[in-house]
Ligand binder design. Structure first.
Ligand code: FES
Length: 105
């Protein structure tokens, strides 16, 4: 199992905030959806590769800026066409003031 990687400090993202990360060449989008809840998913839309961290985050839904597909950042599940396949979700761990993610295959 891969080691967790520091992704951000907790104060770095405001509630509703996003951060794009590069973890060993893999683009990861980190979201803070409310006061102290963070989620991480691949930054690549499963429809046609759109950059999800550049989309609008509403609650736990991220909208792909390219063609408007929506995903649940908690589960990666598709909520709106044209995407069909879910996006990969990565484990998030809070350690003191830091946010760590563990990349899942
Ligand atoms: S690339 Fe994301 S909806 Fe098309």
């Amino acid at each position: 199992m891969p080691e967790p990687v520091k992704a951000a400090s907790r104060s770095e993202l405001a509630p509703g905030g996003k951060k794009l990360l590069d973890v060993d060449g893999r683009a990861i989008a980190l979201f803070r959806v409310n006061d102290d809840t963070y989620y991480a998913i691949d930054d690549v839309c499963t429809h046609d590769g759109g950059p999800l961290a550049e989309g609008d985050l509403e609650g736990v839904e991220i909208e792909c800026p390219r063609h408007g597909a929506r995903f649940d950042v908690r589960t990666g599940k598709v909520l709106r066409f044209p995407a069909i396949e879910p996006v990969a979700v990565h484990e998030v761990e809070l350690r003191g003031d830091d946010v760590y993610i563990r990349i899942q295959d």
